[in-house]
Design a protein around this ligand. Structure first.
Ligand SMILES: [Zn+2]
Length: 416
């Protein structure tokens, strides 16, 4: 099954390449407004998907333990799932989206494949309490369809209301979906707190882009980016440095959130006021996440459009695991999201993202004379190199070093 899927994708890519085309995949998350009946059916589908996932996993384990064989998805669907649906005990499975149940089986298979490739630990059963409230359905015969700007048709659920779209990106993508220029492959429906979402996996066929040859790179379009907590990104292009601050409305929302969280801590746990405050915090957190995402999209688009090679440090958050507060601050800052967006936006244009090794001490090297100042405290924004006397701004110096290191990696310069 897995092999067949991969072969089909390969074959498709080859055919497209012959026509000078390629596949571009990405996602779109939209807030859903199901009515009570639809919300109930979503919950039911989540439960049934989890049940089928667990049953197939149990059967597959048992099959292996008893017969040393591997119960394939196709066999399970045909010989177990179909009869189950007609049984009295599990007849309720017929009431939910059948594609969601198929995807649940395929997820078990994917989990096994990742395990065999050493990417995951052995597949685990999903507990009702801990598992995310989510299920995924597949596009088959136009069963998923965006209708106008305000609703989406989903299997079994029918027409579900959509939140009004505020960002240009979302409006643009929805328009292209309606025009049939972007295809929906999958839809993941999820519930977080009191809110519902649909996350669409999309496919667009675009002109094939050849990767830009390094020898053809315009060196003035190679930039180094240093990510920071106060200044979100410090960007150096070899002559100038741009300090990109987080936009003011995000900072304001974050301050408001901190205030609400302090207030919450003073309220009596489980009182009515406590619950109210907690809901308020949850919706503000969601709002901030959307603001950050929008910011990351805008900045990454601009940088990817204006440059050819972007050099950054690897984000080694795992290595910072011991300092939990720092790790949280870094993940909250949205660096991963930004780097992810930037990477695919560069690749779409045949451009390059160079990630430096995480141990490269960009902040402690003088970008003028390359002297390493190991003892330099990172608390000082400004410092003077004791060897060559150059005055540095910490983040700018780091961005210059990152850019130079990237240029050297590409063989475009050599650092003395
Ligand atoms: Zn120096």
């Amino acid at each position: 099954m897995f092999m067949a899927k991969r072969m089909a994708v390969k074959e498709k890519n080859r055919l497209l390449a012959d026509q000078g085309k390629q596949v571009k995949n990405y996602g779109l998350v939209l807030r859903l407004y199901p009515n009570d009946e639809q919300a109930e059916l979503i919950n039911k589908t989540v439960g049934c998907s989890r049940l089928v996932y667990n049953m197939y996993l149990a059967d597959r384990k048992e099959d292996y333990e008893e017969h040393g064989s591997s119960l394939s998805v196709a066999k399970y669907k045909k010989e177990v799932l179909v009869p189950l649906k007609s049984s009295e005990e599990y007849g309720f499975l017929k009431e939910v989206d059948k594609f969601a149940l198929e995807v649940a089986c395929e997820n078990v298979d994917d989990a096994y494949n990742r395990f065999f490739k050493g990417q995951n630990s052995f597949p685990q059963f999903r507990s009702k309490r801990k598992a995310k409230k989510t299920y995924t359905t597949k596009m088959t015969n136009n069963n998923i369809k965006v209708i106008g700007c305000s609703s989406i048709k989903l299997p079994k659920l029918g027409k579900v209301g959509l939140a009004k779209q505020k960002t240009k990106r979302n409006k643009y993508i929805l328009k292209k979906i309606r025009e049939g220029r972007i295809r929906i492959l999958k839809a993941t429906i999820s519930q977080k707190g009191a809110h519902y979402y649909v996350s669409l996996t999309l496919e667009e066929i675009v002109d094939k882009v050849e990767p830009l040859d390094i020898s053809q790179v315009d060196i003035s379009k190679v930039i180094g980016i240093d990510l920071g907590l106060k200044t979100f990104a410090t960007v150096n292009d070899g002559t100038e440095t741009e300090f990109v601050k987080k936009v003011k409305y995000i900072t304001e929302s974050e301050e408001k959130l901190a205030k609400l969280q302090r207030k919450l801590s003073r309220k009596q746990v489980d009182s009515q006021n406590f619950k109210k405050a907690r809901n308020k915090i949850a919706s503000l957190q969601e709002h901030i996440a959307n603001q950050r995402k929008d910011f990351a999209h805008k900045l990454s688009s601009r940088i990817a459009n204006e440059n050819q090679v972007v050099v950054m440090e690897s984000l080694n958050i795992k290595g910072m695991g011991r300092n939990r507060r720092l790790a949280k601050a870094i993940s909250d800052a949205g660096w991963h999201q930004f780097q992810g967006f930037l990477k695919y936006k560069l690749e779409w244009q045949g451009k390059h993202l160079i990630k430096l090794a995480p141990w490269y001490a960009s902040s402690k090297i003088c970008s003028n004379c390359q002297e390493k100042h190991i003892a330099l405290s990172l608390n000082h924004r400004e410092w003077v190199c004791s060897k060559c006397g150059t005055a540095h701004e910490r983040d700018e110096n780091a961005a210059i070093n990152i850019r130079n290191q990237g240029l050297e990696t590409l063989g475009l310069i050599s650092i003395a």
